[in-house]
Design a protein around this ligand. Sequence first.
Ligand SMILES: Nc1ncnc2c1ncn2[C@@H]1O[C@H](COP(=O)(O)OP(=O)(O)OP(=O)(O)O)[C@@H](O)[C@H]1O
Length: 206
Amino acid sequence: MKIAIFGTVGAGKSSISQELSERLNYEIFPEPIDENPYFEDYYKDIKAYAFRMQIFMLTARSKQLFAAKDLKNKIFDRTIIEDPIFMNVGHKMGNVDDMDYKTYCDFFQYVVSENLKYPNDRLKFDLVVYLKVSDETSIRRINERGRSAELSIDNEYWKILNESYEEYYQEHKNDFPFLVIDANNNNLDEKVEEVIRNIEKIKKEI
Ligand SMILES: Nc1ncnc2c1ncn2[C@@H]1O[C@H](COP(=O)(O)OP(=O)(O)OP(=O)(O)O)[C@@H](O)[C@H]1O
């Protein structure tokens, strides 16, 4: 079973991924944040670092998909399908110009996606759990967690990111097996149980 956890920053992906991994004994592939050399600089100057950050992210997530390819059961704490959402925010906010945005989108579509589809589709998930939160929840959790780089940026960024996540979902809801969860509540058990119920249902259908 290949599970993707999908959602904006502060949606609670890490906690739910961790808990699911423990309860189901599935291997977890976390967000590659600790080893990200662009993380701090990106938040200081998005215009200068957007492209480099995206190339790093696409590479890190492709590596994860490659490392996971022979594992039967796995959980991805965010996946490569979400990275273009960040580039889209950069473009919307004027941090990425039209030409760079087009180059990135073409690269993603014709190089990244195409190569991940063959010989067997690494972009195929059994379940994509969309942890949907309000702007208020996302921003509150980012503030509570207090990662200094993230605190340096205007709240407008988090609002546009959340809006872009929802736009992505509306556009692609028939392309992936989405399960949408209201992740505003802090009851982890409730959310995890809802995901597990769905996993059990899918297992029966396979
Ligand atoms: N493609 C990307 N472009 C720019 N920034 C990215 C990208 N992918 C991840 N990030 C950044 O990496 C950081 C880690 O992501 P995030 O905080 O969502 O992970 P998390 O802590 O696991 O999430 P959650 O709060 O849902 O558990 C965030 O600051 C996020 O904005």
